[in-house]
Design a protein around this ligand. Structure first.
Ligand SMILES: [Zn+2]
Length: 250
């Protein structure tokens, strides 16, 4: 699952093409259906990530991708061998020396800049947990509107805070020693600040290292703090598995 850290890393790799006029092609029919070829001959102005969404801005057009469980962006030197077959590429944006290639995912669409500005899917997103100006107080205030919501479920809600996925939901709750099943209304501001700060710090560290290290996620080892068994159970409407140590997190 691509979480905010993966998207931010992809955005940074794509920065290599900013300012370039790209040759655009869509080897896979899915990309042709999205109108990728309309980007041919346009200049990539800016790359933005917001939560799990990546926006490539070409003056009046915006390419929006959401990688979901299995989408990805690769950047290669031109002419280099790709790690996936050419026919599976939805979008190829070739600059002078490098090319960006997009594969799969739930969302790849081309919007006019004005439509992107009032797009409901993008407008609903909460503050980006990895943004330089991230304001946890705004997230805490939004969380207070639904006090009965479980902490783990609230952290995954992209309208409250954008970018946290299933891995960092569990890992941040463990780092803050908070029970992911605790209703947010039972937690004080300091506790919510601690879990949001933990998520941000863990994700920024994953952006820097390109690696994920897990304390509780997937429950492969006993709790690193108390040696007890890590529990796993589906949480929220989407029933995403939450991992936690009931002894350390209460
Ligand atoms: Zn423990």
């Amino acid at each position: 699952m691509a979480e905010g850290d993966t998207i931010l890393r992809a955005a940074r790799r794509l920065e290599a093409l900013v300012g370039e006029t790209v040759a655009a092609s869509a080897p896979n029919p899915r990309g042709r259906a999205a109108g990728i070829e309309r980007l041919d001959g346009r200049r990539l102005e800016r790359v933005e990530s917001h939560g799990k969404n990546l926006l490539l801005r070409f003056d009046d057009l915006v390419l929006h991708s959401h990688m979901g469980m299995n989408g990805s962006w690769h950047v290669y030197p031109r002419g280099a061998r790709w790690r996936k077959p050419r026919r599976s590429a939805w979008a190829v944006l070739a600059g002078e020396r490098q090319e960006a290639v997009q594969f799969g995912g739930p969302t790849l669409r081309l919007l006019s800049a004005s439509r992107a500005a009032r797009d409901p899917q993008l407008a609903r997103l909460g503050p980006d947990v990895l943004a330089p100006d991230f304001d946890p107080e705004a997230v805490i205030a939004a969380m207070r509107a639904e006090p009965g919501r479980g902490l783990g479920d609230a952290l995954l809600d992209q309208t409250l805070v954008a970018g946290i996925g299933n891995i960092f939901k569990s890992e941040a709750c463990f780092a803050a020693r908070l029970d992911p099943w605790s209703p947010v209304g039972k937690l004080d501001d300091e506790q919510l600040l601690a879990v949001l700060t933990a998520a941000r710090e863990q994700m920024l560290s994953a952006v820097a290292s390109g690696r994920h290290t897990y304390a509780v996620y997937r429950a492969r080892r006993p709790c690193p703090n108390c040696g007890g068994r890590i529990h796993a159970r589906g949480q929220g409407d989407a029933n995403r598995t939450t991992y936690w140590c009931p002894r350390c997190q209460r």
